[in-house]
Design a protein. Structure first.
Length: 298
């Protein structure tokens, strides 16, 4: 009996030693940390950790009067902080880049993830140029693997707990976390406070077009920034702008000099008190019933 008790104690002792050994020697990750572009966008009221990763960035000169736009691209490292500085490089991928010399500046030869940190920022400055008008140019940047970092995130999917990115099909084709596309254009895009339906042409401002927006800003002495938020473009101001433009285009239509949109149809505006006496997308010849008219010219 004594022999069995001794044997039992010996087995228990061996299990205890194995358990303690496992506690003292946990498995650890071995290998290089991975580096990736950690570009995110989201509303201020959302926790930044819940912002979705963006697969591309845009530089839109068409929505601002500024001739210089600054862009910041966070670069992040997976894993724990290191006790040493770790450098890395970013290259411009020539075969996939269409921006010209002088279109941007600020790309450095090397960047550093400082000791104790897991993120740094890449700051670029883009300059408005004439050749950007009505065109979309691309700058493709690629992180480079080195002795500190691997490039593991080749298919950078959306995390389940994050909000979905605001993706556009024409831009959203690269999901490689080590590559980031920056699209640069000087094309006027529909502002936040545009009130109108592009499909039906209905609404105070009707269908959006750069031609119509430029006309509206000239007639009402407004600027691009005025259409950016509810603070600068409340509902009452929208109505006043539509009224002013409607009065102007009706006056010119009565003189047989209709104001035309870029598609050749008569500009349409709707207001509660006065609505132009033609439907959206009306051609001058259909409105007059003949071709005895001359387009309005500034």
């Amino acid at each position: 009996m004594k022999r069995y008790i001794t044997l039992f104690c010996l087995v228990i002792s061996l299990f205890s030693m194995l358990f303690v050994s496992c506690e003292k020697e946990p498995m650890t990750y071995e290998g290089k940390d991975s580096i990736y572009f950690d570009v995110r966008t989201g509303a201020e009221w959302i926790d930044p950790d819940l912002w979705s990763h963006e697969y591309y960035s845009t530089v839109s000169f068409g929505s601002t009067v500024d001739d210089v736009i600054e862009l910041n691209l966070p670069v992040c490292v997976s894993g724990m902080p290191s006790d040493i500085d770790r450098s890395f490089t970013i290259i411009e991928v020539k075969d996939s880049t269409t921006v010209q010399s002088g279109d941007y500046e600020g790309l450095e030869s090397t960047y550093t993830i400082k000791a104790g940190e897991t993120k740094t920022n890449v700051r670029l400055v883009f300059n408005r140029k004439e050749h950007m008008k009505d065109d979309t140019l691309c700058l493709q940047l690629a992180l480079q693997e080195n002795e500190y970092f691997s490039l593991m995130y080749k298919d950078f999917g959306k995390a389940p707990e994050q909000y979905a990115p605001d993706a556009k099909p024409e831009f959203d084709y690269n999901h490689d976390g080590s590559v980031h596309n920056i699209f640069v254009f000087d094309v006027m895009v529909k502002p936040t406070r545009w009130v109108g339906n592009d499909a039906t042409g209905a609404g105070r401002f009707g269908k959006f077009s750069p031609t119509k927006w430029k006309f509206m800003m000239k007639i009402t002495n407004t600027s691009i920034e005025d259409y950016a938020s509810t603070a600068t473009m409340p509902t009452a101001r929208q109505a006043a702008i539509a009224q002013t433009c409607a009065n102007f285009v009706m006056e010119k239509a009565a003189a047989r000099t209709p104001v035309l949109d870029e598609d050749g149809t008569m500009m349409y505006f709707y207001v509660d008190a006065t609505t132009v006496p033609w439907s959206p997308f009306t051609k001058p010849s259909d409105y007059y019933g003949h071709d005895n008219w001359t387009p309005y010219e500034e």
